[in-house]
Design a protein around this ligand. Structure first.
Ligand code: GLN
Ligand code: ZN
Length: 766
């Protein structure tokens, strides 16, 4: 018998009930009992949904008040000093939210939140544990045991989920004196023992231990630590399933297969090539759990294809076969049934978490009772869905494919090399040294949001909406002229989001109403879905930018989102490669760049905020990614004359690994984040001799603080030590849409003054 289980279910609720309750609690509108009641109802509902779908072992421990890594930190007592209550009081829900969100304290000075970072290559963010060299570990949080109790009381068979000790340590960072965090494992392990014993006493049989770092390039000491760690845990009670996901085990496959545990889960969606190799490596006593339903995308599973793998596995491992989603369903939207406005055909191609559970159960059942009529019917339906997608003219656009096929190598080359282009650009643009600009967006006031919303709801006519946006543009242009900025922007008032705004205007994208996925804490995102060949039916931004340019004699910069970012922040297709989708996007955006040029726009910025985060988890896969990502950017940027200046923007600061690819993108100007790292990141640009122009952000837009002129002058002087002055631009770290106008204007006044001071420096030297 194959068994259907789940690695984790989304916690937010089909209507984002958790988000609403958290935010109400933070505002003081809901008390703790009320918040806890919402959590309890969500857990009960989610277990029931999974059980109804046919999942036999339900996850517990996938619920979190903010983030599952943070829950573990509380469980282990990894609570930084600044959040510790006086005496040895146990942490409370207040402690948890303080660690997540920081406290700005009236009396005691407050404490900054723990750092947040991306969970592997997903868009989920976790709170980074902070370890000190003498880090004590102490069982300090009862949530897991309480939730097991809760599930048992509801009559469920459960499998608690914990993050494995090595992955937990890997995710954290050391504070204070430098030390090897791997040394902490000896002290941490007894807690896993305690937890397993308590769970066993509660009548639990299986525990799932997530060790996704087994899909990374691990240093040898970490590999060695796996064997040691699991040898030690072996004597503790419970059957143990080690779960890996987000990639293949590759060189860690033998190690993972050989660990002294009772089962191993593999992600066969991301790394199908691990099968059938694993069959030869898995010891004869071990459960093999195969992740065949994609936990990270929205498409229905091709049941027949997955079943083929399962049947093969079943022949070899027999009763020891389990079926699951590839990873926790935390990364899928909750329930497709909620989508009441999606047309029937598109809807028939999709599956969210609830539907994915049913797919997992069906696959197990298809192994166990291949002749059951329900199984036959489901397979028949799955076949029909696959066939309809494969042939649908809504997906397959011959003209898009033909255009892509006709792309030549020179289409992704500018006409002349940078050295020649820049001369022509400087002559035409006539900018001072240290030209000043901003990254694109200006404060998104509530008036702007209300106007957009009213327009969407049909309460504002096209003419009135256009006038409202025009008035925002006039306001932004006037302010920029008064500030004395050199290259102006229109301010992006018409944009809800840098990806969605463009996705809505492209053919080949679909939008859900309720397809929310947790990003961090109470924040959820609703990515657009690429379902078909992508194209641009008409110009997307030209009218706005042209209007903005008509208001000023200064240079107006056109503002677009690049192909890699469009792809990374959408749910992609699974029937064609990411590279093909990026190239289709590139051609669509290229048309917009060309149209902007034709409309008289002389600078076009193409944002690639997600370029670096697209890097694969394994280094060996970097080269291929960087090749196609760079190529896609070039393809979209190379349709213009030498005189037209292409900017790109990336709002982060770790470039060391990818600087050569950034240079290969061949943008004339790149603006990046640097103020928070005190220009340190420019090291990368120095070592490699980045050839084109750079605007290292001189102030941090994430904080309302207004930096003084001298501060920015200092940063700029530092930058001139690494980058020739004639190639430097002056700009903030990122867009200003989350800021308010007063602090924005104040900061930009200082920024313009700083640029002028740098110009005086140069004049004196010159
Ligand atoms: N042009 C965008 C803005 O200013 C860039 C945003 C980003 O890089 N995240 O808002
Ligand atoms: Zn940015």
């Amino acid at each position: 018998m194959a068994l259907a289980h789940n690695l984790g279910f989304p916690r937010i609720g089909r209507d984002r009930e958790l988000k609403k309750a958290q935010e109400a609690f933070w505002k003081g509108e809901l008390d703790e009992a009320g918040l806890r009641a919402v959590g309890r109802e969500l857990r009960a509902a989610h277990w029931q949904i999974q059980k109804n779908a046919g999942i036999e072992l339900l996850p517990v421990g996938d619920f979190a008040w903010y983030d599952q890594v943070l829950t573990h930190s509380l469980t282990f007592g990894v609570i930084p000093e600044r959040f510790r209550a006086h005496g040895d009081a146990k942490p409370t829900l207040q402690t948890l939210f303080a660690m997540a969100r920081g406290v700005s304290d009236r009396c005691c000075g407050g404490a900054h939140a723990q750092e947040m970072t991306k969970w592997f290559d997903t868009n989920y963010h976790y709170l980074v544990p902070e370890f000190s060299a003498d880090q004590p570990f102490e069982l300090s949080w009862e949530q897991l045991f309480e939730e097991v109790e809760e599930a048992h009381a509801l009559g469920h068979a459960v499998k608690p989920v914990v993050i494995g000790p090595l992955t937990y340590l890997w995710l954290g960072k050391t504070k204070g004196t430098d030390f090897d965090k791997l040394n902490l494992v000896e002290r941490l392990l007894p807690l896993y023992g305690q937890i397993f014993r308590r769970l066993a006493a509660q009548g639990v049989e299986w525990v799932q231990i997530d060790e996704p770092i087994l899909a990374l390039d691990l240093p040898q000491e970490w590999k060695n630590a796996f064997e040691r760690t699991y040898n030690l845990l072996q004597s503790e009670p419970l059957k143990k399933l080690v779960a890996t996901y987000f990639g293949g085990l590759d060189d860690n496959l033998g190690l993972a297969a050989g660990l002294p545990v009772d089962g191993l889960h593999l992600d066969l969606v991301r790394a199908p090539e691990q099968f059938p190799t694993i069959l030869d490596r898995l010891p004869a006593y071990k459960i093999l759990s195969l992740g065949l339903v994609n936990g990270r995308n929205v498409w229905r599973c091709d049941l027949e294809r997955s079943l083929e793998v399962l049947r093969h596995a079943h022949e070899r491992v027999g009763e020891r076969l389990w079926v699951a989603p590839s990873c926790s369903l935390l990364h899928s939207p909750v329930d497709l049934e909620r989508e009441d406005q999606l047309d029937g055909e598109l809807k028939s191609w999709l599956a969210f978490a609830v539907q994915k559970c049913a797919e997992v159960a069906l696959l197990a059942r298809a192994v166990n009772e291949p002749q059951a009529p329900e199984v036959q019917a489901a397979l028949e339906q799955s076949r029909a869905v696959q066939a309809s997608r494969a042939a649908s003219p809504r997906i397959h656009k011959p003209e898009v494919k033909a255009r892509l096929a006709a792309v030549h190598a020179q289409d992704s080359q500018r006409q002349s090399p940078f050295a020649e282009r820049i001369v022509k650009q400087r002559a035409g643009l006539n900018l001072p040294d240290f030209p000043t600009t901003t990254i694109g967006s200006f404060p998104q006031t509530s008036a702007i949001r209300l106007a957009r919303q009213a327009f969407r709801q049909g309460k504002l006519s096209v003419a009135d909406y256009t006038e409202a946006m025009h008035s925002e543009i006039r306001h932004a242009v006037e302010i920029q002229e008064n500030l004395g900025l050199d290259v102006l922007v229109h301010g992006e008032a018409e944009r809800n989001d840098m990806v969605e705004y463009f996705a809505e205007q492209l053919d080949g994208y679909l939008f859900t109403r309720f397809g929310w996925v947790q990003s961090y804490g109470s924040r959820c995102v609703k990515p657009a879905v690429i379902f078909g060949d992508l194209s641009r039916p008409q110009a997307m931004t030209v009218a706005w930018i042209k209007y903005a340019q008509s208001l000023t004699s200064k240079v107006m910069k056109g503002m677009l989102t690049g192909p890699v970012t469009m792809l990374m922040w959408s749910f992609p297709r699974e029937d064609v490669s990411r590279e093909v989708q990026a190239r289709q996007l590139a051609l669509a955006i290229r048309d917009e760049v060309v149209d902007l040029e034709a409309a008289g726009i002389r600078i076009v910025q193409i944002d690639e905020a997600a370029f670096r985060e697209g890097l694969p988890l394994r280094r060996s896969d970097w080269g291929r990614y960087l090749d196609w990502a760079t190529e896609a950017f070039r393809l979209c940027a190379s349709g213009v004359r030498d005189e037209t200046q292409i900017h790109t923007h990336m709002c982060y600061s770790e470039f060391n690994d990818v600087i050569e690819s950034i240079a290969a993108m061949d943008a004339d100007v790149i603006t990046i984040e640097t103020s928070r790292s005190d220009m340190e990141l420019l090291e990368a640009f120095e070592k490699f001799e980045y050839p084109n122009e750079i605007g290292p952000g001189v102030y941090d837009i994430h904080s309302p603080r207004v930096p003084g002129k001298d501060e920015m002058v200092k940063l700029l002087r530092k930058a001139t030590q690494r980058i020739p002055a004639e190639r430097l631009w002056v700009n903030p770290d990122c867009g200003l849409k989350t800021r308010a106008w007063p602090e924005t204007e104040a900061a930009l006044v200082n920024m313009v003054a700083a640029a002028r001071e740098l110009r005086r420096d140069v004049a004196l030297l010159g």
